[in-house]
Design a protein around this ligand. Structure first.
Ligand SMILES: *[C@@H]1O[C@H](CO)[C@@H](O)[C@H](O)[C@H]1NC(C)=O
Ligand SMILES: *[C@@H]1O[C@H](CO)[C@@H](O)[C@H](O)[C@H]1NC(C)=O
Ligand SMILES: *[C@@H]1O[C@H](CO)[C@@H](O)[C@H](O)[C@H]1NC(C)=O
Ligand SMILES: *[C@@H]1O[C@H](CO)[C@@H](O)[C@H](O)[C@H]1NC(C)=O
Length: 467
């Protein structure tokens, strides 16, 4: 009788907690998974955090430039956002270009449903009913509600312009939405499906990513374009401060370590994750650590529920760093799919004895990826970060130009291998995005060129200068 009793109560005792969690959550287990959404390889990478193994990738369509511009192409394009159900059974995934919301069963990596949602679906999350996915569609003024299992839009909630991400309160009764065109957080009553409050006075109109702490009392909304983060006290529903967090501040997350809440934030331009300690939801965070990334442009970040590890994906190196939070150092680095954006940690995704290795392939893994940070010729401050990635049959060359002259045209060149030192133009571009706080300066955040680069050009010869 006694053993039967234990057997019956054990599922209650080991109820899974998802990160970020309060102290006392379960340790990292073999049933947990980390997922990254990889834009260029058009995949989701599946990682086993207990052993730090990459198990493989789930393909959502063809990699970039392979059939995607064909008028008969019907699959998804631009793997971008990730959310999950609290029981760990499902992932929600967004493809920005094709407006696709894909639901994946974590047990065996099968696709459960695909729904065409509204323009520029960016991030999504499961409501606490475990059946409905709320999707922020940045090209609109609403959040779509999707039937996860059967597919299809079953509702829309009107928001401010450019909803970017949806997160739920720990009790599941409220949803929080940030925006890319409005300096405001919308608070939605989940049962009523309407906005019941707006937190105003954010640091910028553009907030792409945000996160809520385990206690449900802190919300950090990041403003990537100005390198700042609005620190919000959710019980007071007020902005505590707008913190200077660093150029190209990306994704935030939280961990409770020795009963203290720490905010972690990936800062892309300086290849680091910065850590702040925040005593109370109303306190101004105190900077405590910088964790240098092993790679370039850290982006998505999520911790383990027990707060011992943080997982950080380096968007421009196609690698994932594992950080030990007791030393705040990278302890290992794994090779994942290409140009990852979001990352989530899902506890209890693959309960034993399942292995969760079905339906995985290798699309986007172990491809060559090189970065070179180059000073713009004849300038003092201007720089260009080149990232060159191997695709199928050609390469993708990307430039992030920084501190350029506004509205000036620039030309990137490289020495051609068969031209006796002669240089050829790789791409030309105009710097049009004003740099906050630097009058007359601009960035060129996403210059792209597709060409067979490694075969034809010397990578160490890259240059960029005024046209
Ligand atoms: C942990 O912190 C919370 C909030 O500050 C406090 O109420 C609680 O007593 C602390 N627990 C321990 C074990 O220190
Ligand atoms: C980021 O990484 C790139 C490539 O390794 C490197 O060239 C650059 O100096 C790094 N930037 C900073 C600020 O450390
Ligand atoms: C740059 O060009 C844009 C578009 O033509 C124009 O609106 C803007 O005023 C220009 N900026 C500067 C500083 O010349
Ligand atoms: C850099 O400056 C030198 C000297 O003025 C000039 O000859 C050269 O063409 C310039 N190069 C570029 C790329 O602007």
């Amino acid at each position: 009788m006694r053993s039967l009793f234990l057997l019956l109560v054990s599922p209650v005792v080991i109820a899974i907690q998802q990160a970020p969690a309060l102290p006392g959550a379960q340790a990292i287990s073999s049933s947990d998974r980390v997922y990254t959404a990889d834009q260029t390889s058009n995949t989701i990478t599946v990682v086993k955090p207990l052993t730090n193994e990459v198990l493989g990738t789930i393909s959502l369509g063809k990699p970039r430039m392979t059939d995607q511009l064909n008028p008969q192409y019907l699959s998804s394009v631009n793997s971008h956002g990730l959310g999950f159900s609290l029981d760990g059974q499902y992932l929600s995934h967004t493809s920005v270009t094709t407006n696709t919301l894909t639901v994946v069963r974590t047990l065996d990596n099968t696709i459960v449903s695909k729904t065409t949602v509204d323009r520029a679906s960016h991030e999504s999350f499961f409501a606490h009913d475990g059946k409905t996915v709320w999707v922020a569609c940045r090209g609109t003024e609403n959040v779509n509600l999707v039937d996860a299992i059967n597919g299809g839009i079953i509702g829309r909630v009107k928001t401010d312009s450019g909803p970017s991400k949806v997160l739920f309160s720990p009790d599941g009764k409220l949803a929080y939405v940030n925006h890319i065109n409005s300096p405001v957080i919308n608070i939605i009553d989940v049962a009523k499906k309407e906005v019941v409050h707006k937190i105003r006075g954010l640091g910028d109109v553009f907030s792409s990513d945000m996160m809520i702490s385990a206690d449900g009392l802190r919300l950090w909304a990041v403003h990537k374009k100005i390198g700042k983060t609005s620190i919000i006290d959710l019980s007071a529903r007020k902005v505590v401060t707008v913190l200077d967090t660093g150029a190209e501040s990306n994704h935030p997350n939280f961990a409770t370590i020795k009963n203290i809440t720490y905010g972690f934030l990936t800062v892309a331009a300086t290849n680091e994750t910065r850590v702040w300690r925040q005593e109370r939801p109303s306190s101004i965070p105190v900077f405590v650590h910088s964790i240098p990334s092993s790679g370039v442009e850290p982006h998505g970040i999520w911790g383990s529920p027990d707060g011992t590890r943080m997982y950080i994906v380096n968007e421009h190196s196609d690698t994932l760093d594992v950080v030990d939070t007791s030393t705040m150092k990278v302890i290992t680095s794994l090779v994942v799919g290409q140009e990852s954006q979001a990352l989530v940690y899902v506890a209890g995704a693959v309960p034993s004895p399942a292995t969760g290795t079905e339906n995985l392939g290798t699309q986007g893994l172990d491809k060559r990826c090189e970065n070179r940070l180059i000073r713009v010729t004849n300038s003092t401050d201007a720089s260009a970060l080149f990232t060159i990635r191997q695709l199928e049959g050609l390469e993708m060359l990307q430039i992030i130009g920084r501190t350029l002259e506004i509205n000036q045209t620039y030309v990137a060149t490289a020495a051609c291998k068969t031209c006796n030192g002669g240089r050829l133009q790789i791409v030309s571009f105009k710097a049009t995005v004003p740099m906050p706080g630097k009058l007359g300066c601009a960035v060129a955040p996403q210059v792209l060129s597709f060409l067979p680069f490694f075969t034809n050009y010397e990578i160490e010869s890259l240059q960029v200068g005024k046209a």
